[in-house]
Design a binder for this molecule. Structure first.
Ligand code: DI6
Ligand code: FE
Length: 401
């Protein structure tokens, strides 16, 4: 089935640049892009369908490469406490924070988790997302991490979105391992990861490298096992302090290191050399009222690819719109709208190991795109929330909701 999409302008985002084609056309064959270029040069063929996009700007489908979409309960009560002056670390020390979401997630059935996550995911999809990463990390034992990852897989089957599932068992210390972090790491390495990987539930392995979570040495033990299992790694690093987790991630050729407010220039050099993507999470920066900015100059100077994601989670970033994150990346981190859009398309794809197949509108890539009724691509980082008129196409099929 060959389809012609015309009367549009295209920002291909090839190599992370707008790479604009005005008065463009695109040909899709099944789920792939077969041709893209100026409309006047579009190949003549016996098209099954011809779509008039009415002057829309076409971009790759948005890719949210860091989310914790699946969780039980929510933490708006803690949000109120923080506004009264209690810090995230203090709340965590009193059994709140991640631990309270772990309790709610363990108590929820798989179907309950599916239904609550589906609502949040639909909100991301209405905003133009066609690929999303979803982490476990609120189960913290084999049965409950499995439950979360199964929900992630089911979401990908039920909704028009490609889901990459990341095992974040090393997110926090479960209560039954209190004061025994090394034993929990051992349990992850010996039991959890091998079992979950064997069940086909894991596309990548992540960990939280932080003074209130796991040390670089502990993270490295998890990475070694991931490597043995043939799974790529990612890391929450340098969010609240500098432990050089991002350099550790680079040594393991991680797909990405994420957060990074406290990273150093040396970390940036290591990441650039390894091709590890810097995933910046302006929603968490904003929500925690962080003041330490990620080192944008060092990242740019050394050519580290920068992705932007929602970090959608109940504690530090209850963010339901990637476009809002693009705006925050510009206003808070002084990124350009072009850099921000590259961060939610081509570089986000690379952060998921999908850089060769997703993230830009090029021949041979998957036909995931959004036709936005906007005046120029910068509009995507400009509007604060709301809904933009658009058509969403996934695998060559219109899936507009
Ligand atoms: N960093 C974050 O921002 C989230 N996880 C992490 O490692 C927070 C998760 C939460 O507070 O529930
Ligand atoms: Fe996160």
């Amino acid at each position: 089935m060959k389809t012609l999409w015309q009367h549009c302008h295209v920002a291909t985002m090839a190599n992370g640049k707008y790479s604009i084609i005005e008065d463009a056309a695109m040909v899709t064959a099944g789920s792939l892009i077969e041709w893209v270029g100026p409309r006047s040069q579009a190949p003549t063929a016996d098209y099954t369908q011809v779509h008039d996009l009415q002057g829309a700007w076409v971009t790759p489908g948005l890719i949210d490469c860091h989310t914790h979409t699946v969780f039980g309960g929510n933490r708006s009560g803690e949000f109120e406490q923080r506004l009264e002056g209690v810090s995230y670390a203090e709340i965590a020390a009193k059994g709140g924070g991640i631990a309270s979401t772990v309790r709610a997630t363990r108590a929820a059935s798989e179907d309950e988790l599916f239904l609550s996550a589906e609502k949040r995911l639909r909100s991301l999809l209405r905003d133009g997302v066609t690929t999303v990463e979803i982490k476990s990390g609120y189960g913290l034992d084999l049965a409950n991490e499995r439950k979360m990852l199964r929900v992630a897989r089911r979401l990908g089957e039920a909704l028009p979105v490609s889901v990459r599932a990341t095992c974040l068992a090393a997110h926090a210390l479960p209560p039954e391992y209190k004061d025994r972090a090394d034993d929990y790491i051992e349990h992850i390495c010996k039991e959890m990861l091998p079992a979950l990987a064997a069940e086909g539930l894991v596309d990548a392995v992540d960990a939280f490298c932080e003074y209130l979570a796991f040390s670089p040495e502990q993270v490295e033990r998890v990475f070694k096992v991931a490597q043995q299992l043939g799974l790529p790694v990612k890391l929450h690093a340098e969010q609240l302090s500098s432990l050089h987790g991002s350099s550790l991630a680079a040594r393991y050729h991680a797909l990405s290191a994420d957060h990074l407010e406290f990273m150093t220039e040396e970390d940036a050099i290591a990441m650039a050399a390894a091709g590890t993507v810097a995933v910046l999470l302006p929603g968490a920066f904003y929500f925690l009222r962080e003041t330490q900015l990620p080192p944008m100059d060092a990242l740019r100077k050394h050519g580290v690819k920068i992705a932007i994601a929602s970090d959608l989670n109940p504690g530090t970033s209850p963010a339901l719109s990637v476009r809002l994150m693009l705006n925050m990346a510009c206003t808070l981190f002084r990124m350009t709208p072009e850099e921000a859009l590259a961060g939610a398309t081509q570089h986000a794809a690379t952060a998921l190991g999908l850089g060769d197949t997703h993230g830009s509108l090029e021949v041979g890539k998957v036909a995931d795109f959004v036709a936005w009724q906007i005046d120029r691509p910068a509009d995507l980082a400009y509007w604060l929330g709301g809904e933009l008129d658009k058509r969403v196409v996934r695998h060559g099929v219109d899936v507009t909701v």
